[in-house]
Design a protein around this ligand. Structure first.
Ligand code: ADP
Length: 377
């Protein structure tokens, strides 16, 4: 087979013209994170933050141009944007600031072979949301559900590390990317698609396009449940997922400290506002188990999260202890449910997974009973 080289790809991209700037995308320095593996080509096009929405045709043209090259099996391009740093001030945070684009819902179009999609969300970062999402997905798979895990955190994808996945996705049909597979689940993450060193700063419309690509252009196969690891907070990803995808519900991960604070509530209210059922709250780092004597300490008091969940009118799905084994296993690429499936921690995740699945079934059954909703925006 003809070898696909960086040179050939860049030569092809040098024929793709950014018409507003009257130059090709290579000369303009827009091509970033080019990755070529076994005929699969991936790259990012860096564009001015304000032009994101208009540049979908350019992205498509670049992708198609590379795809036409001999030896190329699949080509993927994503749009990214550098946010201009505030004048004189420190570099701006890696968050999109564009007004969220309200879109007509396209329920039913994306992921038609997935029975239920569940978002795992948190009000802020660092509460253990990704760790919870991956262990929850592994627990669901152990309970016999065909499970997928979508890393929707395009700002800071973590699934390569958490699942210890090396390499890039291939394509069996030459059209769509195969989801990666590990520990019995399927997974897709932006980390599998663009070079990790690429500084990616996303704006609203690009987040949407990247998420849609990871759903529409990936052969997930038929799944019982797709667990979606959301970025923290309430931004474009949350809106995109709530509006474009028929979410069965959202699970909020919170620590005992922040459950009583505003963060968890913000996340909760956002999903309520966009009509996504909140399936419940998982309390992470709920209590501490001493590695020496196995004694349990409720560092932040006991029952607070449960009471708070009741006050907020959502179910409490369970607590996960703060334990170095959970950190070491997930940071080491074999999350605790895979590393020690019979252990106490895995049991805690399995119990939560069973509750989540029951609730998902209720929602799916309820949906089947009711006529399709007409949403007036
Ligand atoms: P988030 O997705 O909310 O930003 P992560 O899942 O990346 O959070 O977790 C942040 C850090 O906390 C990671 O190093 C992770 O291993 C660790 N961590 C998460 N949950 C636990 C837990 N229950 N016990 C110990 N460490 C944890």
């Amino acid at each position: 087979m003809t070898e696909v080289t960086e040179r050939k790809v860049l030569d092809a991209l040098a024929t793709v013209i950014d018409r507003e700037r009257c130059q090709d995308v290579v000369t303009l320095g827009m091509v970033r994170g080019l990755r070529i593996q076994d005929g699969h080509v991936m790259f990012a096009l860096e564009v001015d933050a304000d032009r994101g929405a208009k540049l979908e045709p350019l992205r498509k043209e670049a992708e198609d141009t590379v795809h036409r090259l001999e030896g190329v099996i699949t080509a993927r391009a994503v749009l990214t944007a550098e946010r201009p740093a505030a004048a004189g001030g420190p570099a701006a945070p890696r968050q999109p600031t564009g007004a969220p684009q309200r879109q007509a819902p396209m329920h039913g179009e994306l992921l038609p072979d997935v029975k239920a999609i569940v978002a795992v969300a948190s009000g802020k970062g660092g509460v253990g949301k990704s760790t919870t999402a991956v262990n929850l997905a592994l627990a669901l798979a152990r309970q016999g559900r065909r499970t997928g895990l979508l890393d929707a955190d395009v700002y800071g994808p973590s699934m390569r590390r958490l699942l210890g996945i090396a390499g890039n996705p291939g394509s069996s049909d030459g059209v769509r990317l195969d989801a990666m597979e590990k520990f019995g689940i399927k997974a897709m993450s932006m980390a599998f698609l663009v070079e990790e060193e690429t500084p990616i700063v996303w704006r609203g419309p690009m987040v949407q396009s990247a998420l849609e690509q990871m759903m529409r252009d990936v052969a997930w196969g038929s799944l019982d449940i797709l667990v979606v690891d959301m970025p923290p907070g309430t931004g474009d990803t949350q809106l995109t997922m709530a509006q474009r995808v028929p979410l069965a519900g959202a699970v909020i991960v919170s620590t005992p400290q922040d459950i009583a604070l505003i963060d968890a509530r913000k996340g909760l209210n956002m999903f309520r506002k966009v009509d996504v059922p909140v399936l419940g709250i998982i309390e992470n780092m709920s209590y501490f188990v001493c590695p020496h004597c196995q004694g349990r300490t409720d560092i932040f008091g006991h029952g607070g999260a449960e009471a708070e969940a009741a006050r907020l009118g959502v179910d409490f799905l369970g607590g996960i202890p703060l334990d170095v084994a959970i950190r070491e296993t997930s940071d080491g690429g074999t999350p605790i449910v895979a590393a020690d499936p019979e252990g106490e921690h895995a049991k805690a995740y399995l119990a939560i997974a069973a509750r989540v699945w029951d609730k998902v079934e209720e929602v799916v059954a309820g949906r089947a009973r009711t006529a399709p909703r007409i949403v007036v925006q």
